[in-house]
Design a protein. Sequence first.
Length: 118
Amino acid sequence: QVQLVESGGGLVQAGGSLRLSCAASGGALSNYVLGWFRQAPGKEREFIAAIYVPQAATVADSVKGRFTISRDIRLNMVYLQMNSLKPSDTANYYCVAKFRGSSAYDFWGQGTQVTVSS
């Protein structure tokens, strides 16, 4: 069973930056894809980014050029660097994990709130 704990959310002004962190534990995590989703009130859950190895990172078009995902396999950490934040980025951000080759993300963290003020 994979456990995921997010940190780093908070309140930031538009144009600012935040770095989200996710500590993963349980399982052979080197075999897992780790990533981030977000959900704003009244909106559907949205895929943000995922990474298996540095050469295999995916970032959603909606945040490409502003958000970067990275991973420290040795520390079992995944990070989401968010720059040039906009009020529309306000959401609860979830760290997720799935076994390599799986179609669905089976493991979710509790989420961390990001609020961007205008």
